[in-house]
Design a protein around this ligand. Structure first.
Ligand code: GLA
Length: 394
């Protein structure tokens, strides 16, 4: 990656490389902006930002994946406006940093990512967090000049205020706080978390439907608004404050569709906590059942699934060794995540790929989900996946 940086910018003097992972969410979908619980894990799939001091007052960002260079004046970082282009993510971060009082220095950035875009594995947050670390050039996390939680919040603000997506905090949080060997249960109200070890002999596999339906962004906004309407009908700050029983009693206070959306959220919150307990006690069957219940609730009550995701879940459940399966991420395309016995993994990959291809004439990408560390600087001894690896199936 440093070679590539040198080729692009003429010199690699003073270059540092920062990494921020994507994530897969095991359970707790569309609960984060309702201040509830989520259980993601950071993935090995990650975005890398190489950075070195720049010249002529310029911020130059090159995306290897898009083979595209964009330039901005570093001094204007605080007054940028949205372009609808991929650079909105790093520039949104630069703007928030400038607003927070960090002077953005002229710099050259080279971005490489192994997180597939639009796959529900949080490529946006990985880009935001890796760019933030690059702009700060190591002054956050390792240098302690910015609290990691402030960094999470800042990246979330970049997406909400600049990109215009009213997202919750899960993706940026797990990209910063991910850990090896564990999923992370996040309390999206207190913003505290606990590590959740996963039982041995099981695997999580993400299957990419390779589709992204156009309604994703507008439907997300609609769901956020419907949840707010349900909370306001019940005179609570957020659906986090509501139990499934309380909701059942108050359902007549709101339109039927709003009550259904709220039912997903309050039952999903309860499922996250049951899943964490089941994982701790090694109750694999219960973990699987909760994932299936989560999917059905997203499919019928929250209505953020789609034919491709439903097919992948149903097909997975018919394969021996599979314990549970559900869509993961915002929905309307992207990935499913499947819990299965480790020794069934090879068969699962073959069967699911075949079944999906037969149905939709599309070859799904398949990713093993191994919990990985959160964002930080890449040390010399670590290897960064090459671009060749990017295009191959993992
Ligand atoms: C997207 C958002 C997250 C979260 C999920 C759904 O990934 O960025 O904040 O709301 O959708 O769980």
């Amino acid at each position: 990656m440093i070679e590539s940086f040198r080729e692009r910018f003429g010199t690699a003097e003073g270059v540092r490389v920062f990494r921020a992972p994507g994530r897969v969410n095991l359970i707790g979908e569309h609960t984060d902006y309702n201040l509830g619980f989520v259980l993601p894990m950071a993935l090995e799939l990650a975005t890398y930002a190489a950075v070195a001091p720049g010249s002529e007052g310029k911020l130059r960002i090159y995306s290897e994946d898009r083979r595209e260079m964009r330039e901005f004046s570093a001094a204007d970082a605080g007054s940028l406006s949205r372009t609808g282009h991929w650079t909105d993510y790093p520039m949104g971060v630069a703007r928030e940093l400038a607003i927070a009082g960090f002077a953005i220095q002229p710099a050259n950035l080279l971005i490489r990512s192994t997180v597939p875009e639009g796959a529900g594995l949080s490529s946006s947050a990985a880009l935001e967090v890796s760019s933030a670390l690059a702009f700060l050039n190591g002054r956050a996390l390792n240098g302690h000049s910015m609290d990691p939680l402030d960094l999470v919040r800042l990246c979330q603000r970049a997406e909400r205020n600049f990109v215009g997506m009213p997202c919750g905090i899960m993706d940026q949080y797990i990209s910063v706080f991910g850990r090896e060997h564990a999923a992370v249960e996040i309390d999206c109200r207190s913003l505290g978390h606990r590590l959740v070890p996963l039982p041995p002999d099981v695997a999580f596999i993400a299957v990419n439907s390779m589709v992204k339906h156009a309604l994703a962004a507008s439907a997300y906004r609609e769901r956020v608004a419907e949840c707010a309407a349900a909370a306001s009908a019940m005179h609570v700050e957020s659906l986090r404050d509501v139990s499934p029983e309380q909701l059942a009693q108050a359902a007549h206070l709101m339109p039927e569709i709003v009550a259904r959306r709220a039912r997903h959220v309050v039952t999903e919150d309860a499922r996250v906590n049951r899943f964490v307990d089941a994982s701790s006690s090694g109750d694999l069957d219960l973990m699987g059942r909760l994932m299936i219940d989560s999917h059905r609730s997203l499919q019928h009550d929250y209505e953020v699934s789609c034919a491709e995701l439903d097919f992948l879940v149903d097909a997975a459940l018919g394969i021996e060794g599979v314990l549970g399966s559900r869509m993961t991420g915002g929905g309307f395309g992207g990935c499913t995540v499947t819990l299965l016995r480790q020794d069934a993994a090879a068969r699962f990959r073959d069967r699911i790929a075949q079944a999906y291809h037969l149905q939709f004439q599309v070859v799904p990408r398949i990713y093993s989900c191994l919990p990985s560390a959160g964002a930080g600087e890449v040390k010399n001894s670590e290897t960064i996946p090459s671009l060749i690896r990017l295009s191959s199936q993992r």
